[in-house]
Design a protein around this ligand. Structure first.
Ligand SMILES: Nc1nc2c(ncn2[C@@H]2O[C@H](COP(=O)(O)OP(=O)(O)OP(=O)(O)O)[C@@H](O)[C@H]2O)c(=O)[nH]1
Ligand SMILES: [Mg+2]
Length: 225
């Protein structure tokens, strides 16, 4: 009984900070994405392909979470946009306080888009709101098409599923239609883009999705402000 109420307290504190972050992002017209997947599905690779496609004047920044190492921040820093690593030291997800802390010395008025790579995990990150406008779940073709049914929460809460590593389809038994059907069983009408971060196929659709959502965030900020 007590354990449940403590967990509720932690989550409601997280929700309070997340709501403050969301309000700040909305005020500044920042489109914030929370990228979630199992370890190794290709979150950093997708961000590498994304950042390499942006012109240098793009007002984008990245926070990338891992339990240990600065490896992902080092990979992403090559593109010369602001990047910070959040090292959780054991925690299996990012929380809103970590985002608040790592944003503290960035000027939000200089940003249009904040891309957050969560810790590799399909379960824990789904419970922690980071103030994002959209969660995006990445599933790669080596993971099995049943994952949306086994880990429904994150597929239900995500606006978009990015199906990655499609270049491997000739070599692994993965049924794309079944994966899409399973995702839409959990989340009817869910948007899906199929990509390969290796050969860059599908990148246009992913970038168009980002651009559409970024414009929508700007319009909301203008309407409210
Ligand atoms: N064949 C193939 N390999 C890929 C693709 N995308 C990523 N990889 C490889 O998959 C491995 C993991 O990719 P990452 O981008 O590090 O995955 P991640 O989701 O960021 O991993 P964590 O941060 O550890 O959770 C790397 O060896 C990538 O080169 C792809 O589209 N095709
Ligand atoms: Mg990564």
């Amino acid at each position: 009984m007590e354990r449940v109420s403590l967990q509720q307290k932690v989550l409601s504190e997280n929700d309070r900070i997340a709501a403050e972050l969301r309000a700040k992002f909305q005020d500044h017209g920042i489109f914030c994405v929370n990228l979630i997947s199992s370890p190794g599905s290709g979150k950093t690779s997708l961000l590498e392909r994304t950042l390499e496609s942006f012109p240098q004047h793009e007002r984008v920044a990245v926070l990338t979470g891992d339990i240990q190492t600065e490896n992902d921040a080092i990979r992403l820093s090559r593109f010369h946009f602001p990047v910070k690593q959040i090292t959780t030291g054991g925690t299996c997800h990012l929380d809103a306080r970590m985002i608040e802390k790592h944003l503290a010395d960035w000027r939000l008025e200089n940003l249009d888009m904040l891309l957050i790579e969560n810790v590799g995990n399909l379960v824990c990150p789904s419970s922690y709101d980071l103030g994002e406008a959209a969660k995006v779940v990445v599933l790669s073709v080596t993971e099995g098409e049943d994952k949306p049914l086994k880990y429904p929460s994150i597929f239900f809460k995500s606006d978009l599923m990015v199906l990655n590593k499609t270049d491997l389809l000739p070599y692994v038994p993965f049924d794309m239609d079944a994966a899409a059907e399973n995702a839409r069983k959990v989340h009817p009408g869910m948007e899906i883009v199929k990509v390969s971060c290796l050969n860059r196929s599908g990148m246009h659709e992913w970038l168009m999705w980002l651009e559409r959502r970024r414009r929508a965030a700007k319009l909301v900020a203008q309407a409210v402000g």
